[in-house]
Write a protein that binds this ligand. Sequence first.
Ligand code: SF4
Length: 459
Amino acid sequence: MAAARWRSAAVAAIAAAGPGGGGPGRALRSGSASEPVPMPLSGPVAPATAALYVHWPYCRKRCFYCSFNKYVVPAVDEAAMGACLVHEARTLLRLSQVQSVTSVFFGGGTPSLASPRTIAAVLEGVAGAVHLPAGTEITLEANPSSSDTQHLADFKAAGVNRLSIGVQSLNDAELRLLGREHTAAEARSTVEVARRLFPGRTSLDLIFGLPGQSQEAWTRGLEEALGLSDDHISLYQLTLERGTLLAAQVWGGALPTPTQDLLADMYQAARAVLVAAGFRHYEVSNFARKGALSTHNLSYWRAEQYIGVGPGAHGRFVPQGEGSCCREARVQTLEPDAWMQEVQSRGHGTRRRVVLSPLEQLEEVLVLGLRTDEGITHARWQHVSPHLSLEAVFGAPGEAKALQQQGWLVLDSNGLRCTWEGLAVLDSLLPDLLCQLQRCWAPPATPVHHTSGTVAAGP
Ligand code: SF4
């Protein structure tokens, strides 16, 4: 099934960007999947909390596979960038009317190139605008090429309490193939320093599926990383992106592509190795032990509110400060200089705002929630869809029922989730599930509050 058939603009946007508890025994609403149910005319009450993502857009060098929104410039005006990040964060926090921030994530780009003073200033700006409880998870992505001991210690003093380190590989030939700036020895040393400074709160990123990489090389590298790692590991399959050097080399025939079977075997082997080492496979690409799950990323997968600050950052929140009760997908202006001018002139650099319809919100709840081992709880679904239960959509005869009978999905008193086998093939399950959801959904007779669409970017 073509992706275009089911992917709404909103779901596509969040997938490109990346990201309520329910209890057993909650009464399931009965209903027929083929019977259209009217959408609610008023949306759920927006919570008074949000996660905060802050984008540092600069890198020292372009990695050969990277299509993120990053810029390599001769000189960074760090004072101006820092001031604009604080300014925009305060504007968007005011617009959202959130009272408390549940996590902060500095991503990029390479935020470890920013000075700890700048990171501290952003955190102070946030804490001056809303409640930032003591102990809130504050993560910074760190590149081994810009993370010496003093620098990491200064980030800790600035308020950072969790590091996500872009190790990617512990093999120098693989790092050169990826165009990474650091060596395997630098990555090892950075992780060791980080673990001393941030015990239990250091995460490693690794990439698999490199051109020419064998199953044995991947498993050997993973086991080495495991010996080095703390309690959180993220695994990403290499994606070839148009416009990158690596994609040009592969598509031009200069480098081989791994087969789909090999990629699947690599993924399955990694899951087995990590689970045997005591990690919980809590999200498609993420593993944690001793409860070291990423609070920030869980906010995305649970479809909670998040505010994106900085060039190209994405957000999902209700701008209650404008009197709105509708959740919006927001994207900030990509290019740093243009973004800074907008922040300086009107307080924020929001380039695009799309009001998400209830169906689009449910699509996000489905697509993101099924990425986690906890899945989608009844309470979380009902928060967005008070009149059409999980049971009514996915419990009736149809594609979802078939997927349950085939052992890929479970729908029970906890909610809807993938089985261990289903989590590995989630992408192939989603088109059918989205089709079933769309069939169950009917537009209201008089859509007044929730019309999906792009709105003007101001104020
Ligand atoms: S350091 Fe990260 S953001 Fe920068 S070019 Fe490399 S992969 Fe991209």
